[in-house]
Design a protein around this ligand. Structure first.
Ligand SMILES: [Fe+2]
Length: 222
């Protein structure tokens, strides 16, 4: 079954795949087109891993739901393609051939889950991929949204440098991949839907870092 899926998977970086600024030059976004079955398979895999895997780490509420670590170790062709796409986005965005993943994980949010403002240590750039938005919210609904809340971003300090007056909320749907400097402060608003909201995340550097990220990794992962 896996080989059949692999044969039908899209290419890592489709021709014409564009990277755009998501309202601020520091925040990049690209939207991959994928058939519904692609994300259904990812969702199935993640919900199974959540129940059965040692990669699963339940967290206290406010710490981004349930985490499932090590994207590269999941036996899931779709996940491996998204993993390669995250590396490709890093290389394109930073104009480098080197890309070393320091940490990678999925986050499964259920009703009431949220993520307090934080940034990512051990990450030149962090990447978030939307697997499932959960229950459809109104377009203007802020629930469950990934928000950048950093006064160093020009978008967030529109009136005066350094004075935070608005959040940057990238438009994300299944297939959307957002990249940002790891130091950028961000959060996820409380999710209030009934179906799980699922994202995948990576911390990536040009050079591999010494040490174990799990020993120093902050609680947080949009
Ligand atoms: Fe995060």
């Amino acid at each position: 079954m896996a080989s059949t899926l692999l044969e039908t998977l899209p290419e890592i970086w489709p021709e014409g795949q564009r990277i755009e600024a998501a309202g601020d030059p520091n925040i990049a976004v690209t939207h991959f087109v994928a058939p519904p079955a692609f994300h259904s398979s990812l969702i199935q895999t993640l919900l199974m891993l959540e129940r059965n895997s040692s990669f699963t780490e339940p967290l206290v509420q406010g710490s981004c739901g349930v985490k499932i670590h090590h994207v590269d170790r999941w036996n899931c062709p779709e996940a491996q393609l998204v993993h390669q796409r995250a590396l490709a986005l890093f290389r394109h965005g930073l104009h480098t051939r080197e890309a070393h993943v320091d940490a990678s994980w999925a986050s499964i949010y259920r009703k009431g889950d949220y993520c307090v403002p934080h940034s990512h240590i051990r990450a030149q750039a962090s990447i978030v991929y939307m697997v499932a938005e959960g229950d459809a919210a109104r377009p203007d609904d802020l629930a469950g949204k990934l928000c950048f809340t950093d006064p160093r971003l020009g978008y967030c300090a529109q009136h005066e440098p350094g004075r935070l007056t608005r959040m940057l909320i990238p438009v994300m749907q299944p297939g959307s991949m957002v990249m940002f400097p790891g130091a950028t402060v961000h959060c996820v608003n409380p999710y209030m839907g009934n179906r799980p909201r699922i994202t995948m995340s990576w911390n990536i550097n040009v050079k591999a870092l010494p040490g174990d990220p799990r020993q120093t990794f902050e609680r947080g992962g949009a």
